[in-house]
Design a protein around this ligand. Structure first.
Ligand code: KG4
Ligand code: ZN
Length: 364
């Protein structure tokens, strides 16, 4: 028998609001709810099934990254074509891994934006069809909010108020989470996203795509103090990575012009150190100035172990606690989408079936 069939129906006593109106009294046990999450905002076709708010029953990720490798970045048309081919098999695979059928699902959550429009529409169309046929709630989710919710998958103690970084291939945001669904962007990048800087340097060095993991690996054999690349540490909370990126490119050109073979491990380690120092400095300063003791980091770049280690140590020094997801939940996945959808639905938020994908959907 499936989990959905064994879901408990609670017969709660009637509750009165201050104004005397009655709350709804019968609710399915939220911990038994089965939420299907769908993520297609960039180059991952991801489908996950979540029981309650944190029990990941299936987490299927099919990436088209190898097809983009020779271009050094995601080609939108190629990515959307791959989503069309991968979405149904990914849904079937997730159901199989969770040992469920479509009819067991209680809700469908989907990334509605931001992202590549031709990619988003594939997931949104699939989610709408499922929610409509199964007659279950549809929840449109903001991809950036979902990255924050990746922290709720594994950390029961994580809760707002919190401040943290969302660092991915498309975004670099310093966010204050006042409460569930209540965000304030306190800083963002003025040029490249953090992950984009990693990807561009990796492309230049011929290390492949995505560049972050390749740079981290090369950096492990290098000296982070070998080259002093510039840090754009300014008064505010905004970021700029184009200066360090240009400095690295100029350094490599100069080395080659002088007949020297650039030391790739040293360059990667020194570049990584410069980029991470800025992220740590601003996050810690934000946590201190807002008096917040819960700090998070999420998004693809949060998989970087040097960032996790440095930020963790700095949080300890100011008496704050750092939360980050496992690497598999840092990069794009649908478990975080299902988790975000679960929390939205728990607050009574659901989308109508005519929801449209929005490539520029704002977080706050
Ligand atoms: O969150 P994500 O999967 O997709 C977007 O929403 O953009 O992030 C992908 C980005 C890529 O730029 C990739 O190079 C970077 O995350 N990344 C990393 C690491 N793993 C992935 N950057 C630094 N170190 C890593 N270990
Ligand atoms: Zn992402």
């Amino acid at each position: 028998m499936s989990t959905a069939e064994t879901a408990t129906v609670l017969d709660l006593p009637e509750l009165e609001t201050e104004t005397g109106a009655a709350f709804e009294t019968i609710e399915i046990d939220p911990e038994a709810k089965l939420t299907l999450g769908i993520e297609t905002s960039c180059d991952e076709t991801a489908v996950a099934i979540l029981r309650g708010g944190s029990d990941v029953l299936a987490n299927v990720i099919s990436s088209s990254a190898p097809l983009h490798d020779k271009y050094g970045g995601v080609v939108p048309e190629v990515a959307s074509r791959e989503h069309v081919q991968a979405i149904n098999p990914a849904i079937e695979e997730a159901l199989m891994r969770a040992d469920l059928t479509l009819w067991d699902l209680s809700a469908v959550a989907v990334t509605a934006g931001p992202g590549l429009i031709g990619c988003l529409v594939v997931g949104v169309a699939a989610a709408k069809s499922l929610a409509s046929v199964l007659e279950v709630p549809l929840i449109g989710v903001n991809h950036l909010e979902a990255h924050i919710y990746a922290n709720f998958l594994e950390h029961a103690e994580f809760r707002p108020p919190a401040v943290g970084l969302i660092v991915s291939g498309g975004h670099t945001l310093l966010v204050r989470m006042h409460d569930h669904g209540l965000y304030e962007i306190v800083g963002q990048t003025l040029d490249d996203a953090a992950g984009e800087a990693f990807d561009k340097i990796a492309r230049y060095l011929g290390l492949g795509f995505p560049g972050g993991p390749a740079i981290e690996q090369a950096a492990s054999g290098g000296d982070p103090a070998a080259i002093r690349f510039p840090r754009a540490i300014r008064d505010g909370f905004d970021f700029s990575f184009s200066g360090v990126k240009t400095a690295v490119l100029n350094y490599i050109r100069k080395e080659k012009a002088q007949g020297r073979e650039p030391n790739i491990p040293d360059i990667c380690a020194s570049f990584q150190e410069a980029v991470i120092e800025v992220q740590v400095e601003k996050t810690i300063r934000a946590a201190e100035s807002f008096g917040v003791s819960n700090v998070f980091v999420s998004g693809g770049v949060a998989a970087n172990s040097r960032l996790r280690q440095w930020l963790g140590e700095s949080c300890k020094q100011i008496g704050a606690r750092l939360f980050y997801p496992s690497p598999i939940f840092c990069t794009d996945n649908a478990a975080m989408v299902a988790c975000c959808g679960y929390h939205r639905l728990a607050r009574g938020i659901r989308s109508s079936l005519d929801i449209v994908a929005d490539p520029n959907l704002p977080l706050a």
